[in-house]
Design a protein around this ligand. Structure first.
Ligand SMILES: O=C(O)C(=O)C[C@]1(C(=O)O)C=C[C@@H](O)C=C1
Length: 306
């Protein structure tokens, strides 16, 4: 049975996303403790796919995922899942709110309940740990007093819910990716997203030129993030998500232009959007517009048209 690794341990939000993306009759799920470990297991072929968080609507990008996707042997996203995120505060049975001195969670988890912690547990020290479920596991082991965890964590660790439905922003969501080794792309659906990472040449206007290639082809950006290249201070990798699929000519044409223009371009996948938003493509960037233009140039070159 093909295995899907996910950022665990059991009881993370990522496990819920992996369950939504996997077919229970076809896939076995494998929890791994870090995001790099999930991506490494995909690269080595130990698992068929891996599920990792990529961005949260409140706290933004998940840097460990961006670095794991941008560096090392290529992996590509074949699906995404967007999950509403609210938390439960878990304690060992018998713990009273007044006794809580330490509260552990993933840094993104802590950032999403900062206001709640200030209002309800003002004396507690927030401790960043590997994952929200790792926090629950550590509370069970007696390392910390409380964990800010996914609601499902209580099914895996014998803890008590001190509070449920905790979230400073009520409709917060996290987006997850299912990544595999490069292979056949998922079929275009008309509601797709393409992810890529590019290192622009370090000169005036280079980023604007890169974005211009997209604008010229009427490609809508859904996300733009920068991470240091880690080689030289002041040099960045740009992570771009755009509406559309590499199978569409305007996306292929734009990627070819970026490949000519940039020091480095890496394709991170074309995959259906969870929200099903259809990409609006109008003349002059529809596939038929590109095909007609290519035919015309070919005919001019043959001396048949002018
Ligand atoms: O620790 C978890 O439960 C995760 O799945 C990670 C993660 C994240 O990286 O953003 C996922 C969703 C929440 O926003 C908090 C933490």
């Amino acid at each position: 049975m093909p295995r899907i690794a996910y950022f665990g341990p059991q009881g993370t939000f990522t496990e819920q996303a992996a369950r939504a993306l996997a077919d229970p009759r076809e896939h076995e799920l494998l929890p791994l403790d870090t995001i790099p470990a999930v991506v490494a297991a995909v690269r080595s072929g130990e698992v068929a796919a891996g599920c990792v968080p990529v961005e949260n609507s409140v706290e933004g990008a998940v840097p460990a995922t961006m670095d794991a996707l941008a560096l090392g042997e290529p992996v590509v996203a074949v699906a995404e899942h967007v999950l509403p995120v609210h938390f439960s505060v878990l304690v060992r049975p018998g713990t009273e709110a007044a006794q809580i001195q330490t509260v552990a969670s993933h840094p993104h988890g802590l950032a999403q309940v900062r206001g709640w912690l200030e209002a309800n547990l003002p004396k507690a020290t927030a401790i960043a740990v590997n994952s929200t479920a790792g926090a629950a596991r550590a509370v069970h082991a007696g390392e910390y007093d409380a964990a800010v965890s996914a609601p499902v964590a209580v099914e895996h660790y014998p803890l008590h819910e001190l509070a449920t439905g905790v979230a400073d922003v009520a409709d917060a969501v996290t987006r997850f990716l299912l990544v595999t080794r490069p292979g056949a792309l998922p079929a275009p659906t008309g509601a797709d997203r393409t992810s890529l990472v590019a290192v622009a040449v370090n000169r005036t206007g280079a980023l604007s030129g890169l974005l211009h290639e997209l604008a010229l082809r009427e490609i809508n950006l859904t996300r733009l993030e920068a991470r240091p290249t880690k080689d030289r201070f002041g040099e960045y990798r740009f992570f771009l998500d755009v509406e559309g699929h590499l199978a569409e000519q305007r996306i292929a044409d734009a990627l070819a232009a970026l490949h000519r223009r940039c020091l480095e371009v890496r394709f991170l996948g074309s995959y259906p959007r969870t929200d099903g938003t259809q990409t609006q493509v109008a003349a002059p960037t529809r596939d038929e517009d590109f095909a007609a233009a290519t035919d015309w140039v070919a005919a001019v070159r043959r001396g048949e048209r002018a």
